[in-house]
Write a protein that binds this ligand. Structure first.
Ligand SMILES: Nc1ncnc2c1ncn2[C@@H]1O[C@H](COP(=O)(O)OP(=O)(O)O)[C@@H](O)[C@H]1O
Ligand SMILES: [Mg+2]
Length: 204
């Protein structure tokens, strides 16, 4: 499987086929038992052996949007989104400004001062998406990011990812079984019986 800068690809497959596991391997959260993985010219894994400092890789180069939002319960919405940017060394004011911009694009800026427990599931997920994008990482991995969203908002999320990919040359992989968004991907991979196949199809 290969993803180019500026591209948003879909990854589909039956429940339990290994989509989340593959995404965690790609994001250097868990180690694959075999195979080879590269990021740009760098080899990250080779035959199951770890080659690089994965903590720095995860922090600086990978943006995750998980299946569950995992927001920090004692920080308000704006600081949940701004925190990764602050941790990366961005001044607080600039980090919050960027957080506001993303929250606006995701149609949840009116909840900026709320605590996560006060939000609906869909609002929490949109906040988690903003957090995953705030550092503009070169790679974004999203695991069923639109599952709790209605059609209009699901398509808006994909639109934001496409803009992000185009404007910042981000490589984005979206795991989904959301029928509404599958037609939007230019390329689509499917896991079948433990093997990833590229599906030949017409772009939407
Ligand atoms: N950490 C783990 N250790 C062992 N087996 C796991 C682990 N995580 C997931 N699995 C198993 O691997 C398979 C693929 O799971 P998963 O990647 O979550 O599938 P999907 O996201 O496609 O629904 C399942 O059978 C699951 O039970
Ligand atoms: Mg999964």
């Amino acid at each position: 499987m290969q993803v180019a800068p500026g591209e948003v690809v879909g990854l589909i497959g039956p429940s339990g086929s290994g989509k989340s596991t593959l995404l965690k391997c790609l994001g250097a959260v868990i180690d694959p038992s075999a195979g080879r993985m590269t990021l740009g010219r760098e080899v990250i894994y080779e035959d199951g052996g770890r080659v690089r400092d994965l903590r720095a890789l995860r922090r600086d180069r990978i943006g995750f949007v998980f299946q569950a939002p995992y927001l920090i319960p004692f920080l308000d919405v704006i600081d949940n989104v701004a925190l990764p940017a602050m941790l990366a060394g961005m001044p607080n004011g600039k980090a919050r400004a960027r957080a506001r911009e993303l929250l606006g694009a995701l149609d949840v800026l009116h909840r900026a001062g709320a605590m996560p427990s006060q939000l609906s599931g869909g609002e929490q997920q949109r906040v988690a998406i903003a957090r995953g994008l705030v550092n503009r990482p070169p790679v974004i991995l999203a695991d069923e990011p639109t599952a709790p969203l209605d059609s209009e908002r699901a398509l808006a999320v994909i639109g934001i990812l496409e803009t992000m990919a185009r404007e910042h040359a981000t490589a984005i992989i979206v795991v989904t079984h959301d029928e509404k968004i599958i037609p939007t991907f230019g390329r689509l991979y499917q896991i079948r019986d433990g093997v990833t196949h590229e599906q030949r199809r017409q772009p939407a």
